[in-house]
Design a protein around this ligand. Structure first.
Ligand SMILES: Nc1ncnc2c1ncn2[C@@H]1O[C@H](COP(=O)(O)OP(=O)(O)OP(=O)(O)O)[C@@H](O)[C@H]1O
Ligand SMILES: [Mg+2]
Length: 345
């Protein structure tokens, strides 16, 4: 986000912890980011990094206990969502901020028609509306997300639709009260590749048409490259690198980001004769095991004794920030060094 620009959403030093039998899971542990009106910010990282816990914290949808916001602020248009009553938060959900999930199947109720479900989403925030008006709004919303023949398809039940069409219905539900921000948590992961491209295309078009802000959660750097203005790379509950998308891809500074990029299949590479995909060795540690060190040190080819204390997120080039003791404005080539030493790919 450019300096001086007013954020629509600003998350400041958010910590969401879970009290479990195995100890405190510091799933989200001090993250800060902002989204400007109309901007798309991607949260990217491997499974278990805290992406969904971050988004569910913004929506205040995590059951407490076990979840507990240990610190931070979630400012939406300057108002801290963490300070709202449940009733006030219900008014924000759907109307100001809406959410799209990975599994459209589980987001829809199998016993109601899709028209009824989209109409209900409208009526939640338009209590005085007549059923006919809500139905017409629902049909219009279904049309706007590319459902063909929406008047008759509105009478279908979810099982009568393909996965891609179901995700379009979920997007219609998210859009029906004209929210300013949509949080999409892996919106295309459950869909096959051609349908994925169509849904991403739809999200891009709707974003432009409605000047929507989008918080896009994904583990897919290809999706990030296509969709996001800015990227926050998460590792083990922290943001370890953030940059405008183009800069991140041009010069990833953090060894973790570089590792993720190496692990990407190259476009156009054939199945046969392709070199083995380079994976990042090891696993994200369990959230109950996080320490106050660099959490990537157990997997990082550059790790040394400095990494025993936690590196802060530091700006290297304008808005390009990384949290690593070993990086510099010129960057580091963490994995090339490892490859040269003959480490496993
Ligand atoms: N209810 C819970 N109780 C305890 N720990 C939890 C709970 N929910 C999530 N966690 C922990 O929080 C961490 C982050 O989980 P989260 O679901 O945010 O990951 P993610 O980045 O969305 O991963 P994925 O890509 O698989 O969706 C994980 O270590 C997970 O085990
Ligand atoms: Mg998730």
């Amino acid at each position: 986000m450019a300096e001086g620009e007013k954020a629509l959403l600003e998350v400041r030093d958010l910590r969401t912890h879970f009290d479990t039998d195995a100890g405190t899971a510091r799933a989200v542990d001090g993250i800060s980011f902002a989204i400007a009106p109309g901007e798309c910010v991607a949260l990217v990282g491997e499974s278990g990094c805290g992406k969904s816990v971050s988004s569910m914290s913004v929506m205040r949808l995590l059951p407490s206990p076990p979840a507990r916001v240990a610190s931070g602020q979630i400012l939406f248009e300057g108002r801290d969502l963490l300070g709202l009553s449940n009733a006030e938060m219900c008014a924000v959900r759907g109307k100001d901020i809406a959410m799209i999930f990975q599994e459209p199947q589980s987001a829809l109720n199998p016993v109601f028609t899709i028209g009824d479900q989209v109409a209900e989403a409208y009526q939640i925030h338009h209590a005085g509306s007549r059923p006919r008006e809500a139905w017409e709004k629902a049909v219009a919303a279904l049309r706007s997300v590319g459902i063909p023949d929406p008047e008759s398809r509105a009478k279908d039940y979810p099982h009568q639709l393909s996965g891609g069409m179901k995700q379009r219905v979920c997007i219609a539900m998210a859009l029906i009260c004209s929210p300013k921000l949509i949080i999409a948590d892996e919106p295309t992961t459950a869909l096959d590749v051609t349908i994925q491209a169509q849904i991403l295309d739809l999200l891009r078009t709707l974003r432009k048409e409605h000047n929507l802000s989008l918080l896009l959660i994904t583990h897919d750097l290809g999706v990030v490259a296509e969709m996001a203005d800015r990227v926050c790379v998460m590792y083990a509950g922290k943001i370890v690198e953030t940059a405008p998308t183009r800069e991140l891809f041009a010069k990833p500074l953090h060894p973790y980001t570089q590792g993720l990029m190496r692990a990407r299949p190259e476009p156009g590479s054939s199945r046969h004769g392709r070199k083995r995909l380079a994976v990042i060795p090891g696993l994200v540690p369990a959230a109950t095991q996080f320490k106050d060190d660099c959490r990537f040190r157990t997997r990082c080819p550059l790790a040394d004794e400095k990494c025993g204390s936690e590196p802060a997120l530091q700006a290297y080039d304008g808005e390009h920030c990384a949290a690593c003791w070993h990086t510099s404005a010129a960057g580091v080539q963490a994995w090339d060094a490892r490859d040269a030493k003959g480490g496993p790919a």
